[in-house]
Design a protein around this ligand. Structure first.
Ligand code: HEC
Length: 132
């Protein structure tokens, strides 16, 4: 069984506090088992991805269509730039803004966790299920 947890320092990521489930000094951005069974927060990120239909432009596997591959983008794009891009969009370049859509705007940390897991190669299939 593959088990992988990506741990980030809480200090780097104050925005995640309250979302992550551990009160430890280190917080998990996402947890995945067997490549497709994820923690509840990451599951919420997947549902957000689905409900916002990001796949329309970024592809069902996040590998890009009219929009760039988010698998590649998130290897270098900072979390702040991710949040800003999704909130404000890049309207002149075809990326819509989702800041006015609470279903997305209220779940940006979860969405980031899911997409980062995909980009890291830890979440091996775009479709995930909640771990038991
Ligand atoms: C209507 C098509 C469309 C939809 C829907 C869409 N995007 Fe995009 N997105 C784009 C395009 C086009 C770009 C490239 C903008 C540019 O050239 O800078 C982009 C860029 C991005 C970037 C920046 C990538 C980088 O390398 O700088 C992120 C992150 C992103 N989109 C996330 C999302 C997420 C998350 C959703 C769903 C909530 C979404 N997008 C929905 C078209 C779309």
């Amino acid at each position: 069984m593959k088990y992988r947890t990506v741990v980030i320092a809480a200090a780097c990521c104050a925005a995640l506090i309250g979302l992550a489930h551990s009160a430890d000094k280190k917080e998990s951005l996402y947890t995945v088992v067997d490549g497709n069974k994820v923690d509840p927060n990451t599951m919420k990120g997947f549902r957000t991805w689905r409900s916002a239909a990001c796949d329309r432009c970024h592809g069902p596997n996040q590998e890009g269509m009219v929009g760039p591959s988010l698998i590649n983008s998130l290897k270098t794009l900072s979390k702040d730039d991710f949040l800003k891009t999704v909130r404000e969009g890049r309207l002149d370049k075809g990326m819509p803004s989702f800041g006015g859509n609470p279903a997305v705007a209220d779940n940006l940390n979860a969405l980031y966790a899911y997409l980062k897991g995909r980009s890291d190669g830890a979440i091996t299939s775009a479709k995930v299920q909640e771990m038991q």
